[in-house]
Design a protein around this ligand. Structure first.
Ligand code: ATP
Ligand code: MG
Length: 557
């Protein structure tokens, strides 16, 4: 028992350690976390890490998690993003306690600003942003006080109220905290709290023409919601001092900020700004293009929420920036799909074979749907005289150990019979037109021990085959970390990241394919139906290959 306990303790991440200590010491009896996306783009796998972390903590410990839209910047935000974010969070299988908007706090934040002014801790600044930057100093050299720094409380209150009333144009005035122009932390050198922006907001409309800056909105929103553990990424470490300063001076609920390393993945980019460029410049078909690292892209590609959680649990969280190999994400989805995907037969590049001794019209043979799920369920697959096999599964003059089809050689057709290739029929130009084969009637699958052969091939019956379009995906970028290369990250886009197979042939059961079902096309890979499929045209996306061929190929090159 002691041993097991130690194991558990070892696997705590550093935030869990902090929380356990807070609960043990009685500092907290329950916790509140939040996931605070800015609705200026679709969520990506990095955000998924933050979601799994925040919601995972309140699953494990008493408390709850809020979904808070950090919508204090009126210009970049759109309702479309709000909707997509909610959909993606839900899809990951978590439930937020409250759906909140930082913009709902605009009145309260305004009152907080008044309080700071009244305490002599904030002032209205008339200098332009260039002048402010010039007076800021450098990390080794103190900044200079603004000529407006010592305005009276009365004057500040009057000016701030008039800023709110819309009397001044954009950029002409700001509200600044009065902290310390000599602080070694540049963010403490009288940071901006409010700016004037005559812009329409997606929720508050035209009510406001002054908007709070991140540092004035975020911590206070946490505090209003009584967030106990406000978890963000490492770039906010220098902001923590300011976060604490605000809470102390405003005398409000003491939320605390904790930082962890951003989740980065190889062969992709992960900033919404860059992803937006890929969308706007049509390098991809949209935010949910299956090559995108967005949650909606991964979903359309066939990823499952379980695989994303598995990925999160395997990678954990770090205190230092790092980049995770995308092969690990692919490993996680492969593991899950192996357990849940329905097996189907699809021929990508058909070669026709004629079973010359097969005299029946057709027969329907049972084939197991998934040998891994313990259900033993089957579907019937039609077998007839004319079949397609994969062109690459035949060789006229095979090397040794080619256990597929060749003249005089035998193979098993999956869930059907053993066949032997007797004749290769050629076109006038010497290419292969079709193969003539014979089957062994006594070799029917499941009919007990008989002749053994080494190879088993997938196949489909010609007259029953249904056409599919297949979309095969490769990495979106040619280099591991496109954001860290010279020049523009878009110079490193992989031109071959999408390959389309316009005419593949599938067993007829795929006519009933459903969007949320996952499939393994035997010997080929994992696939799912694409949302743009219609009854006339079935389109499937390749989620991932069966094996990690990428790593092997890289070694060869
Ligand atoms: P981006 O730089 O991609 O635009 P962001 O940080 O501006 O991301 P937000 O909408 O502000 O995106 O992020 C919401 C939450 O998700 C924040 O708490 C943020 O720290 C977290 N987050 C964003 N990107 C990552 C990432 N790559 N890894 C882990 N957490 C992330
Ligand atoms: Mg942000």
């Amino acid at each position: 028992m002691e041993e097991i306990k130690k194991e558990e303790e070892k696997s705590l991440n550093f935030i869990e350690e902090i929380i356990e200590e807070d609960l043990r010491s009685g500092k907290q009896t329950s916790i509140v976390t939040r996931f605070p996306p800015e609705p200026n783009g679709y969520l990506h796998i990095g955000h998924a890490t933050s979601i799994c972390l925040n919601f995972g903590l309140t699953k494990k410990y008493p408390g709850y998690t809020n979904l808070r839209f950090d919508d204090t910047n009126p210009v970049t935000e759109e309702t479309e993003y709000v909707e997509s974010i909610k959909q993606d969070v839900k899809w990951l299988g978590v439930e937020w306690k409250n759906e909140l908007y930082a913009s709902d706090y605009f009145d309260q934040l305004y009152q907080f600003a008044i309080k700071l002014i009244e305490k002599g801790l904030a002032y209205v600044e008339d200098s332009s942003s260039e002048e402010i930057a010039k007076m800021k100093g450098t990390p080794t050299e103190a900044g200079k006080a603004s000529p407006y720094r010592d305005r009276s409380v009365q004057e500040n209150l009057d000016l701030f109220q008039r800023m709110k009333a819309g009397e001044f144009p954009d950029g002409s005035k700001t509200l600044r905290a009065k902290i310390d122009m000599a602080s070694p932390n540049m963010l403490m050198r009288d940071p901006l709290l409010y700016r004037i922006k005559h812009a329409h907001h997606h929720r508050t409309g035209d009510k406001w023409c002054i908007y709070p800056m991140y540092d004035f909105a975020h911590g206070q929103s946490d505090s209003i919601e009584h967030v106990t553990h406000s978890i963000c990424t490492l770039e906010f470490v220098p902001h923590r001092e300011l976060y604490d300063w605000m809470i102390e001076k405003l005398e409000i609920f003491p939320s605390h900020q904790y930082e962890f390393a951003r989740r980065n993945l190889t062969y992709t980019v992960m900033s919404k700004r860059k992803l937006l460029q890929l969308v706007n410049e049509k390098h991809v078909s949209g935010w949910d293009d299956p090559r995108m690292p967005t949650i909606s892209g991964l979903r359309r590609r066939g990823y499952t929420p379980e695989s994303i959680w598995d990925f999160f649990n395997r990678t954990g969280i770090a205190k230092r920036d790092n980049i995770i190999d995308v092969s690990l994400l692919e490993f996680c989805i492969r593991e899950h799909l192996n357990k849940i995907a329905s097996r189907r037969m699809v021929v990508f590049d058909p070669l026709k074979i004629v079973i010359t001794n097969y005299d029946q019209a057709e027969e329907w043979l049972p084939s197991e749907n998934n040998p891994e799920d313990g259900q033993n369920s089957t579907r019937d697959v039609p077998f007839s005289r004319e079949l397609y096999i994969e062109r690459e599964d035949f060789m006229e003059s095979p090397p040794k150990k080619f256990f597929r089809l060749a003249p005089g050689q035998k193979v098993r057709l999956k869930s059907a019979y053993i066949i032997q290739c007797d004749d290769v029929i050629k076109n006038a130009d010497g290419t292969i037109a079709e193969l003539h084969c014979t089957y062994l009637p006594e070799s029917k699958s499941g009919s007990g021990p008989g002749i053994k052969v080494q190879g088993t091939l997938h196949w489909v019956s010609v007259k029953h085959a249904i056409p599919l379009e297949l979309k095969l995906y490769d990495r979106l970028f040619k280099v591991e970390d496109p954001s860290n290369e010279e020049g523009d990250f878009k110079d490193y886009i992989n031109p071959d990241s999408l390959r389309i197979i316009p005419h593949a042939y599938a067993e007829p059961s795929l006519k009933e394919a459903r969007l949320n079902e996952r499939y393994q096309f035997l010997r080929k890979g994992y696939f799912c139906l694409d949302k743009e499929s219609s009854d006339d045209k079935l389109v499937f996306n390749q989620t991932v290959t069966l094996k990690d061929t990428w790593a092997k190929e890289q070694k060869k090159n």
